[in-house]
Structures are given as C-alpha cells and as structure tokens.
Write a protein that binds this ligand. Structure first.
Ligand code: C2E
Ligand code: MG
Length: 574
C-alpha cells in the first residue's frame, strides 16, 4: 500500500476527486482546492490547484468537464458550472471537434496518453487555442491545458512581412517544403519565382520612404491579383518578392506566370502625385521531384534572377540545365580558389609603365595570375569576380600587396627613375577591414617607401559611394601612398569628379585609347584629360596601347606615360 504522501499530485487528485466532484459542481464558483482536502499535503496540493495558471481538469471520455480549477473562468470567461453544463460540441470549434473526440477516445489512445491542440469557445464569442496534455486513468482523463492563443498570434506575426502582411521567407520556405514533399505523390511540378524590382531604390531615395512603402504595397496587391489563389506571394524584405506556384504543367507554365508578373509590374504606379515606372527581373526555378531541397530551389531562382538582371534588357530567366552547368563550374573554381593561396598557386605578373618620350620606365602594374595545380591557367576575369563575392579577395589582396611591395623594393635600387609599383584594389578590399593598416603592414615588411606604392582603384568602386571613397583615399594619401583612378572613361565618371577626388594618377581606359584614331569625340576626351592633368599636376597613363598607330596618337595628344602590349606585355618574373 502506498501512503498518501507518496502519491503523485495527479494520483492524489484522482483519488480524492471521485468523492468530491459532485460537491465541487454544486459549489461552482468556489476554489476547487477546497474540496481536495484541507489538511497536510492535501491542503497544499489544493492550494496549488487553485493557483495554477494552466487549465486543470478531469474529463470524461465523452468530453464532459468535471473537476476544474479557477483558471478556466479566467481563460474562457464562463463560470465552471456553465462549463460543466456544456457539451463538447458547444465548447469546441467545429473544425476541431472530430480530432478532439478521437483524442479523448481511450480506445484510440492505446498508451492512454495524449497531446493535442484545439480551439475552445470564449464567452465573448472568440476562440482560444489550448495546448493539451492528458493521461487516462480509472475511466477519466486527467488533463492540463495551456492557453497558447497569444503565442500563436505572435508566431504568426513572425511569419509575415510587417508592411505588406505577405508571408515572409520562413513561411514561404515552409510552404515550398510541403509543396515539394507532395510531389512524392505524383503531383505536378512546383515553381519558385524570384522577383526583384529594378528601380525601386531610386524611388525610395527620391520620393522618400513613405512613398517607397506605398509602392511596395501596390506591388504586393498587383502581384496577388495577377496570380492564382493557390499561389503564395511572399516578401523577403527590401524590393524582393517571391512566388510559390504549385500544380504546374511544366516549365512553360512557370514562365507564363513569370510573364504575368512582369506585365503586372510594367504598368506605371501612381505614388505621391507622381507616376512611377518600375522594371522587374524574374528568376524561375522548377522542381519536378520530391528530392529537391526547398532552399536549393530558392537559390536557383535567385541565381536565375541575377542572370536576368545582369543580362540587361532581358527580364526573365529560367534556371535550366545550361545555368546549372555554369553554376557547377563556378562552384568548382570557387572551391579550388580557396586552396590557391596555401598551395602557392598564385603569381604576380608585372607590366611596365613607360614614359612616351622614350626616357624609360616610371612604374609597374602588378597583375594577378593563377596557375592551379594540374589544370590550365584561369584568367583574372574568371576568378576575380568569385574572389570578390566570397571575400577571398581580402586575403588574396593582402598577399598581392606584400608580394608586389617586396618585388618593388628589390627592383627599385637598380632603376634610374625610381618607379612606383601599382596594385589593383577592388571595392570589396577597400570596404573590408582596415585597408590602411594592411598597406602600412606591407610597406613595413618590404621596406618600400610609401611613395613607391600606388593603389589603383577602378572608377566603378569610387562611384559606388563617393563620400566614403574620398575619405578613405585621403587616409591612404596621408601615409604617402599614391592613388590612381583605374579604367577612367569606361563608365559614368566625369572629369569634374576626377578633379575633385584626392588622387595622383588617372589611368585612361583602353577602350578610349582604342578608338582614338577613328573617333574625334574620344580624342576630345583624352585631350581634355591631358589639359586637366597638366593644370592639376595629375599623372596620366594611357593603357592598352597595342599598335604603333595608337602609340603615335597617344603621344600626339600629349599623354606622358603609356602601358600596353606594344610597350611590354605583363610578365611573371622567373
Ligand atoms: P586592369 O587594372 O585594367 O589591368 C589591365 C589589364 O589589361 C590586365 O588584364 C592586362 O593584362 C591587360 N592589358 C595590358 N596591356 C594590354 C593591351 O595592350 N591590350 C589589352 N587588350 N589588354 C592589356 P588582366 O591581367 O587580365 O587583369 C584584368 C583585371 O583584373 C585588371 O584590370 C584588374 O582590374 C584586375 N586585377 C588584376 N590583378 C589584380 C589584383 O591583384 N587585385 C585586384 N583586386 N584586381 C586585379
Ligand atoms: Mg589596373
């Protein structure tokens, strides 16, 4: 025989409840604890029962409530007597009735234990979500339930974009996962469409955030209208929207949906008294089998979207076999590039910069070369963009700085004109970590004076954030290192920008040099650069000189320094 103090609270309640239930119901509004015994451990348990914020109850297999703690009244608004008088059908949400009945059917729960959620009626007509845990014993369910309504609402909120109320990334991926799992049962393909609004940022910047928000709401509305009810439109933040489309006939239908999206966005929007036109880039990826990973499918749609965007003019791209192969090749290069530094597969080639009056060498440009073990050389144009994306460029760039400054320090002593060593620095290298510290480190390590180093920064990187670039270039020049604008004239930069930047050198892009003989407009730009350089004491370097004719023309317009295959190709020292 077990003594009463050894009983679990649940057992104790169960033992006492049999004798007390009727009087509990008679006394309705009072604490049920009063009927659980007033002495010793029984009284303590009774107090706990009254205090518990969870709902505690005994329930018959038919769903009738018996012993109830006071928390019931707080959560559902009905008195405990009212609750006991109500049937399961009156209390439980119609959609949850069937499942609740089966949960309370002891024959359906062989372990005599069950966990489930359902909705119970509140006196004010709303529904409260309850999370149940119940054990069956002596023909009674001993149950406790938590009111999880608020928690669920919060969770639901966390699954939605606060501005548009569309599902967010988490919810979309979850739905995609479920849709893909259904492919297992022979369902038709599922597609994800990744949508990026090409001109949204400009609208946000010029018309303000309120207008930007309004525009996003209108886009959300148009997308929802353009798609089928069964499709899910989600917003991933910023100007990215994603559509999940199920039960498709094939790739062609996914593309048709993409075209509908493009049409929906093409029509101008009326925002803050202005008419705003947007363009969208759409990437489409289709899953045909249940083995597809939802995140992978999303990534494929994202890659296709980027492809559409960078193709310019083309708005929609499908992630197909060709794109799959390209991505695989890139991943392969990316993987091998990670080992390039430790395996010492990188080299620097050096290309001289010559005075065009024939008086000798004034500089070198260090150019990165990659010779992977066991395969062909990979071109910088192929691996540098990957290195930039993966941040590997920062470690590689530091190696370039150190190697090039060491090389310059050893060569310089033999040179009459004390040439400068130029090193290319990408925007990523400028932005990550402390470039000034890395430069100082390389100079100290090599013994090269600061004036013997020039950092080449491309026009594009300067334009990305002019103010930040200006500050950084000033810090670099303060330590005595030179700065050059590289590929000048290839993009959007202007002479006035060049004149206002803290720089020492302008490198004229080879495209400008190439057209010099045929194109008087280009000749005009180069001449203007020559006079700007004279007035502001900038150094000017014409790059990409390949022919005698180009050399002659560059000399004629008065450019003092040149670089190009004709003068000397880049060479890797033995
Ligand atoms: P860039 O700074 O414009 O470098 C000049 C490119 O033009 C080099 O290509 C060079 O080999 C090539 N070149 C030189 N003379 C001629 C010529 O007469 N005709 C033609 N058609 N091309 C000529 P490369 O070595 O393939 O480098 C490509 C780009 O990669 C460079 O363009 C630079 O932006 C980047 N890069 C190279 N090395 C590094 C590096 O160490 N770090 C970083 N961040 N970027 C680098
Ligand atoms: Mg360069």
């Amino acid at each position: 025989m077990v003594s009463s103090s050894e009983l679990t609270p649940e057992r104790r309640i169960s033992e006492q409840q049999h004798g007390q239930q009727a009087s509990a119901s008679e006394q309705g509004g009072q604490g049920a604890g009063e009927h659980l015994g007033r002495e010793g451990a029984g009284a303590e348990i009774a107090r706990l029962f009254d205090l518990a914020s969870d709902l505690l109850a005994t329930i018959s297999p038919e769903g009738r409530l018996g012993l109830l703690n006071p928390a019931w009244q707080e959560v559902l608004g009905f008195s405990r007597d009212e609750l006991r008088a109500m049937s399961l059908r009156e209390l439980v949400h119609p959609d949850d009735l069937e499942s609740t009945r089966s949960r309370l059917d002891p024959t359906a729960q062989p372990a005599h234990f069950t966990n489930f959620t359902n909705r119970y009626r509140h006196r004010d007509g709303t529904w409260r979500w309850l999370l149940w845990s119940a054990r069956f014993q002596d023909d009674t369910w001993y149950a406790s339930a938590k009111d999880i309504t608020d928690r669920l609402a919060l969770e639901r909120q966390a699954l939605r974009d606060p501005l548009t109320r569309l599902p967010n990334r988490i919810l979309l991926v979850d739905r995609a996962r479920q849709a893909i799992a259904r492919l297992h049962r022979g369902r038709a393909p599922v597609a994800i469409l990744f949508i990026d609004l090409d001109r949204f940022k400009a609208v946000n910047d010029t018309l303000g955030h309120a207008a930007g928000d309004e525009l996003l709401l209108q886009v959300a509305r148009r997308l929802s209208e353009a798609l089928r009810d069964s499709d899910t439109v989600a917003r991933f933040g910023g100007d990215e929207f994603v559509v999940l489309a199920e039960e498709l006939e094939g790739d062609a239908e996914a593309i048709t949906i993409g075209e509908r999206v493009l049409h929906a966005i093409e029509e101008p929007f009326a925002i803050a008294d202005a008419e705003v036109s947007l363009r969208a880039s759409v990437g489409v990826a289709v899953a045909h089998d249940a083995a597809t990973d939802a995140e992978d499918l999303l990534r494929q749609a994202d890659i296709a979207m980027y492809r559409a965007k960078s193709a310019g003019g083309q708005d929609l791209e499908l992630f197909d076999e060709r794109l799959r192969r390209q991505v695989a090749a890139r991943l392969d290069i990316d993987e091998r590039l990670r080992h390039a530094l430790p395996r010492q597969e990188l080299r620097l080639a050096y290309q001289p910069q010559m005075r065009l009056d024939g008086r000798g060498r004034v500089g070198w440009e260090a150019l990165l070369r990659w010779y992977p073990h066991g395969s062909l050389q990979v071109e910088p144009a192929e691996f540098l963009p990957l290195a930039r994306e993966s941040r590997l460029i920062v470690a590689i760039g530091e190696w370039v700085l150190r190697s090039a400054t060491l090389q310059a320090a050893s060569w310089r002593g033999r040179e009459r004109l004390q040439p400068t060593m130029s090193v290319n620095i990408s925007a990523r290298e400028l932005a990550e970590g402390d470039i000034v510290a890395r430069v100082k480190g390389a100079l100290a390590h090599s013994g090269l004076p600061a004036g013997g180093l020039c950092l080449e920064i491309s026009e594009d990187s300067l334009l990305a954030d002019v103010r930040a670039a200006r500050e950084l270039l000033e810090r670099i020049r303060q330590i005595g290192v030179h700065v050059a604008i590289d590929n000048f004239g290839s993009g959007r930069s202007s002479l006035s920008l060049a004149a206002s930047m803290p720089i020492d050198t302008i490198k004229i892009d080879r495209e400008l040099i190439r057209g010099l003989d045929r194109d008087s407009h280009r000749r005009g730009i180069v001449k203007a650069l020559v006079s700007l350089a004279r007035e502001t004491h900038l150094r000017l370097v014409a790059t990409g000189i390949e022919t005698e004719r180009e050399l002659k023309l560059v000399r004629k317009v008065g450019c003092p320094v040149g670089q190009g295959f004709l003068l000397s190709p880049p060479q890797v020292p033995a």
